[in-house]
Design a protein around this ligand. Structure first.
Ligand code: NAD
Length: 490
């Protein structure tokens, strides 16, 4: 396939598209071809400082005085513009990520638009409370609270769903009245990077939505350390999340962290087999397995073990990879390319390590022809035991690990036997098992007879090494608001 040229990708600061102040750029490579896709502004400390100062100034000025109804109207207008540009946003995201274009069209874009509209509805409903007390020093008091934006929010996003995850953070931040600086991922700066210009075109005052591109160590560190940033919302790896938690603690910034996962798919013996296999396959192969909720630990009650091994292997072998001509835009494509050469090497190395540890390979992720881009076929292993790499590590690729269990207690213990705690799927027709198990799983989200049904109204986030706080739902909004208490002596 040919690689399109997306030209030079600029920052968006104070309402204008601008290059990095020192003119620095980096190359963005297309995962499907391994060739140059775009050159991107490589921001440094001075660019980040300009963006944060623009955000702080407008918060002190026009944006700070913008009422909730107007913030809601602007968010709806931004949703309209994202919808109007849906085809181009899906195209750029497919090329920068290597994901099938249809995934962006069916999932990323509609969920992004819905999230903007959901939080638009909250913008004029940020009510405080009146709270009765016994008074103060023998005098009656009137006590009330109101909700104020926390201030400038730094939104740091990953590459695996760049536009959607940026909007998960942007929409509640703007509804709450914060101004923001988005740091895009160096691996996926195109679609998320459009949000600055689109927000300005929607009518948000210049400085409310700023975009800085650049690397994590340089632009990301400058942003998280900036003294005018009051809130950091980060989605990415657990390792970087840990660094950011420490940085945030230095100046007591509010920190929300959405980190890695190692989700279990628990299949009980009474499960509806066709539905379970389809759901497990989706949880393994969507986005080439590069989702935080990827259901990579497939725990199967022993009577179904053979059937699941057989059907999942067949499903893995039947996956349609991106065609050589149209790449991930090819109609019918189910899986595209992994994000970059380094990650592709790592996922292949994990497959080899799994073999060396004695896990039994049912189908392996051989790279398909033609020999360009970072493609791999799904790999399924069975006889995986606790402690093996496939039971332990987030692989972030299309690699599934089947592990048998006998009893409900054993399934829960296996599912909880991980440092992560993001999400789990349960496959059973027994409502007692479903509710009992849901309560005992150490995760932020349980899906029963489905896999990871993301929705703007449902909180999304994890426990343990999967993070702190929540994206989406009213819980996300609370993360961008301070509740201030006022006591009036009467
Ligand atoms: P990453 O941690 O490498 O990078 C994420 C972002 O952080 C990027 O923008 C990067 O430039 C920036 N960054 C890197 N170092 C930084 C630093 N020192 N200071 C500030 N910013 C820095 O993660 P990734 O590879 O882009 O994304 C994959 C990871 O994201 C996986 O672990 C996945 O599970 C996780 N993820 C979690 C969720 C969730 O909701 N829990 C959703 C999607 C992805």
């Amino acid at each position: 396939m040919t690689t399109p040229d997306f030209g030079l990708v600029l920052n968006h600061i104070d309402g204008k598209d601008v290059p990095a102040l020192d003119g620095a750029v980096f190359d963005k490579i297309a995962p499907a071809t391994g060739k140059l896709l775009a050159r991107v502004s490589a921001s440094g400390e001075r660019d980040v400082d300009a963006a944060v100062r623009a955000a702080a100034a407008v918060l002190d000025g026009a944006w700070g005085r913008t009422p909730g109804q107007e913030r809601g109207r602007l968010l709806h207008r931004l949703a309209d513009l994202v919808e109007a540009e849906a085809a181009e946003l899906a195209r750029s995201q497919s090329h920068e990520q290597g994901k099938p274009m249809v995934d962006a069209q069916m999932m990323d874009i509609p969920l992004s638009v819905d999230t903007l509209r959901y939080f638009a509805g909250w913008a004029d409903k940020l009510e405080g409370r009146t709270i009765p007390t016994a008074g103060f020093m023998g005098r009656q008091t009137l006590n009330y609270t109101y909700r104020a934006p926390v201030g400038v929010a730094a939104l740091i996003v990953p590459w695996n769903a760049p536009l959607m995850i940026a909007i998960w953070k942007l929409a509640p931040a703007l509804a709450a009245g914060c101004s923001v600086v988005i740091k895009t991922s160096e691996d996926a700066p195109l679609a998320a990077g459009r949000l600055g210009a689109l927000a300005t075109a929607a009518g948000f005052p210049p400085g409310v939505v700023n975009i800085v591109h650049g690397t994590g160590p340089k632009a990301g560190t400058a942003l998280t350390q900036h003294p005018l940033v009051r809130k950091i919302s980060f989605t990415g790896s657990t390792e970087v999340g840990r660094l950011i938690a420490r940085t945030g603690a230095e100046s007591f910034k509010r920190v929300t962290l959405e980190l890695g996962g190692k989700a279990a798919q628990i299949v009980f013996a009474d499960a509806q087999l066709d539905e379970a296999v389809a759901g497990i396959a989706m949880g393994l192969f969507l986005n080439q397995g590069q989702t935080c909720a990827a259901g990579t630990r497939i725990l199967v009650q022993r009577p179904l073990l053979g059937a699941i091994e057989e059907r999942l292997t067949a499903a893995a072998r039947a996956v349609e990879l991106a065609g050589p001509e149209g790449g991930p835009a090819t109609p019918g494509t189910q899986m595209g390319a992994l994000i970059n050469a380094r990650h592709h090497r790592r996922v292949r190395a994990v497959v080899e390590e799994a073999r060396a540890e004695g896990a039994r390979c049912l189908t392996d992720g051989q790279k398909p022809v033609p020999d360009e881009g970072y493609f791999m076929r799904p790999a399924i292993f069975t006889d995986v035991r606790p402690g093996m790499i496939l039971a332990r590590e987030e692989v972030f690729g299309p690699v599934g690990a089947i592990m048998p269990f006998d009893t409900e207690d054993e399934a829960i213990a296996l599912a909880n036997d991980t440092r992560y705690g993001l999400s789990t799927s349960l496959w059973t027709r027994d409502i007692s098992i479903a509710h009992r198990a849901s309560a005992r799983l150490e995760v932020g989200a349980v899906a029963v007879n489905c896999w990871s049904p993301l929705d703007a109204r449902l909180p999304w986030g994890g426990l343990k090494d999967s993070g702190v706080g929540r994206d989406l739902s009213r819980a996300a909004l609370d993360g961008y608001l301070e509740e201030k208490a006022v006591t009036v002596m009467l």
